[in-house]
Design a protein around this ligand. Structure first.
Ligand code: SDX
Length: 458
């Protein structure tokens, strides 16, 4: 029996919960009818469809669960990422995020997430070659990016250009063909940094920089972003390593909003470029991947350490939200935030300390002692410190969700692949609880009641 501080994966939980009376079922009594139902329990869950037999009248639709925002609903089975929110644990394919951040690199971690195991050397070299051979984008994409307004948000440009790739790679529609899926995955993982860099270069009015495949994945991205007139961009190893680790930390996170979008949209059997654009759109929101941008704007609004107490008061009054804090799953410190906090010191050694980090540290110090946050189990999440590093590295805040998207791409495509291979999955189509009007007869225009004129308030 695992000791109490060992988080239980579904399999372990199953084994550890040997039924007391030998019955792995839920007995439900419908007090409206007095009927009893035995519902099988598997992995400590019940199948929602097993509730449909619970009816009052035979011609009833049958019982459903109601779970807005899917707070307590497993939409799929997955073997990719395990999170224990109470213990602040995150593992990709069983490997703790802390070990991968310390010992792996982003493309190796991407391989692990997509293929399920750490690659042997030959597999790794072949994978890196396949990805780096797909960093170029069709020349026509430049015309597409050129068409954006000068101040277009890079995330809006990335979403649009990822979707546009589906018009260049029509073979991507062969989503049931394994080899085609593999090829699209090379393309998507390979091209995201190029699209991101092109969006950035457009937003600063500089010429596009083509991929340099002699560089690492993170190094090539930095080159496409920041190369000026020099013949070859000189990658700073500390910044290259920091970006690579940040990509690792963002690579997957089980069924978060954007990954759920990837799975839902992908379940219609659309091509993976369109599905990835949908996932990136979900990530763009300030409650999700847009939070790191919102954190920096919040720190700018606070201005100095002395204003932190007043800001925390506004948060507790519900007038402000402490961006970068809180999480649907983590009710403990986000393990990624711990790694990022350590990484910040490495980067600041090179770039100089981001003065905003003092405001962030004071926010964290006060929040972690305050009952409002303790009661709600609100801790720093992955977005709280990442923006400080990005800003110190020279990224404008608008690029922060774009960086998140590059890191999350292996997770999106891995979850998409897993969804397509899952025999239980079909097109996602949730039900609803209809509380609207009962049937009504159509009323001709002339016979409709005119709205009562509301006197404007004095
Ligand atoms: C990411 O899902 C993932 O895995 C996401 C992610 C990933 O890797 O994909 O980890 C990446 O999206 C991280 C989260 C980034 N977002 C932010 O930092 C935005 C700020 N955080 C929140 O908006 C919020 O915490 C969420 C959206 C992250 C989680 O929201 P929930 O689970 O729906 O929680 P909730 O809104 O129901 O909050 C519970 C309570 C509420 O108070 P009461 O109504 O009970 O009084 O906590 C409060 C909330 O008002 N609360 C906050 C807060 N977060 C929650 N109060 C102040 N500041 C906050 N940040």
């Amino acid at each position: 029996m695992p000791n109490s501080n060992t988080p239980l994966t579904a399999e372990k939980r199953e084994k550890s919960m040997t039924p007391l009376n030998g019955k792995n079922t839920l007995t439900i009594t419908d007090n409206r009818t007095g009927k009893q139902y035995e519902i099988p329990i598997e992995h400590d869950t019940i199948r929602a469809m097993d509730l449909r037999q619970i009816k009052v009248k035979d011609d009833d639709f049958g019982m459903m669960t109601y779970d807005p925002a899917f707070m307590n609903t497993a939409a799929c089975k997955s073997k990719i990422t395990f999170i224990d929110g109470d213990k602040g644990i995150l593992r990709y394919r069983g490997y703790p995020i802390e070990q991968l951040a310390e010992k792996s690199n982003f493309l190796e971690t991407a391989y692990l997430i997509i293929y399920g195991d750490l690659p042997a050397r030959v597999q790794y070299e072949e994978w890196v070659n396949n990805v780096m051979m797909h960093t170029l984008i069709h020349e026509n994409v430049k015309k597409f990016v050129d068409g954006f307004h000068y101040d277009a948000h890079p995330m809006g440009m990335l979403i649009s250009s990822v979707a546009a790739l589906s018009t260049f790679y029509t073979d991507a529609k062969n989503i049931l063909d394994r080899d085609s899926r593999r090829l699209q995955i090379f393309r998507i993982v390979g091209k995201m940094p190029t699209l991101a860099a092109f969006a950035y270069r457009h937003s600063v009015g500089r010429p596009y920089v083509y991929p340099d495949n002699e560089l690492s994945y993170a190094g090539n991205f930095l080159s496409m972003l920041f190369k000026m007139t020099e013949l070859k961009y000189k990658v700073h190893p500390v910044l290259e390593h920091a970006l690579d680790v940040l990509f690792i930390l963002h690579a997957d996170h089980e069924q978060n909003c954007s990954t759920s979008a990837m799975r839902n949209v992908g379940s219609s059997h659309v091509d993976p470029f369109a599905a990835t654009a949908a996932a990136a759109s979900a990530l763009y929101g300030p409650l999700h991947g847009g939070a790191n941008e919102a954190v920096l704007m919040m720190l700018d609004e606070i201005g100095t350490k002395n204003n932190v107490t007043a800001f925390i008061k506004l948060v507790k009054e519900g007038k402000e939200r402490l961006m970068g804090f809180g999480h649907r799953v983590y009710k403990n410190y986000d393990p990624r935030a711990k790694v990022i906090k350590r990484l910040a010191d490495e980067v600041f050694e090179v770039t100089g300390r981001n003065p905003k980090v003092d405001i962030a540290l004071e926010l964290e110090r006060i929040a972690l002692e305050d009952e409002y946050f303790i009661k709600r189990k609100l801790y720093p999440n992955v977005d709280f410190y990442s923006g400080l590093i990005y800003q110190a590295m020279g990224f404008p805040v608008e690029m922060f969700p774009v960086l998140f998207a590059i890191g999350r791409t292996p997770g999106w495509v891995a979850q998409w692949d897993e969804m397509l291979l899952d025999p239980e999955q079909k097109i996602a189509r949730p039900r609803q609880l209809y509380l609207g009007h009962d049937i009504r007869e159509y009323v001709m225009m002339g016979k409709r009641e005119e709205p009562k004129k509301v006197k404007p308030e004095a």
